[in-house]
Write a protein that binds this ligand. Structure first.
Ligand SMILES: O=C(O)CCC(=O)C(=O)O
Length: 183
């Protein structure tokens, strides 16, 4: 995975920035609504606007379970701002996002993955089925990225100096092969 990410980012070394399980409960149970359309960059304390999120379906899932959708080419629109503070998603804030540029709803098999750029606008509808939706995601960054201290996703108890490299076991440097395999 790290080798493929290094090729996509065009960098020689990559670190894991974060990973986690993503549970979207059925909307009918009242625990979760859709995922606001957002970019990942404003929610992470990283000084590079190019990092990648790999999202893996942990079971077969239909689009009605709330699979993600992406605005094609939206990574070219620049940094569009944080959405989770005021709950106003980027489709409302940014008229340049056109409905016909939205990717089709995805039906996925267990193990299928999507990869998106940290500036790609993406979101997901609520899970309108009766079954929970489980996914696992991993964020990979250029190993030369530096810590900006901006609020966002960051592990509790880890302390880095401003603009330090992410030189900590929570952000492992990953082996990058040079086998030339296709991503
Ligand atoms: O799983 C979701 O619905 C959203 C996940 C997401 O925004 C991400 O992986 O960047």
């Amino acid at each position: 995975m790290a080798s493929n990410v290094s090729r996509l980012l065009d960098v020689s070394r990559v670190r894991l920035l974060a990973d986690g399980y993503l549970l979207k409960m059925p909307e009918s149970e009242g625990y979760h609504d859709g995922t606001l359309y957002h970019q990942d960059f404003p929610g992470n304390p990283v000084d590079r606007s190019s990092f990648l999120t790999v999202w893996i379906a942990l079971h077969d899932m239909v689009a009605e379970q709330g699979t993600m959708r992406f605005y094609n080419r939206s990574h070219r629109l620049g940094v569009l701002g944080q959405v989770f503070a005021d709950g106003v998603d980027l489709r409302t804030r940014c008229p340049a996002l056109k409905e016909n540029d939205l990717s089709a709803p995805l039906q996925l098999r267990a193990g299928d993955a999507t990869i998106h750029h940290s500036l790609a606008v993406h979101g997901a509808p609520p899970n309108r089925t009766s079954k929970p939706r489980w996914a696992y995601n991993m964020l990979y960054m250029d190993a030369q990225s530096r810590y900006t201290m901006s609020p966002g996703m960051f592990p509790e108890g880890v302390s880095l100096a401003p603009f330090a490299l992410f030189d900590h076991s929570m952000f492992p440097m990953l082996p990058v092969g040079n086998s030339g395999d296709e991503p």
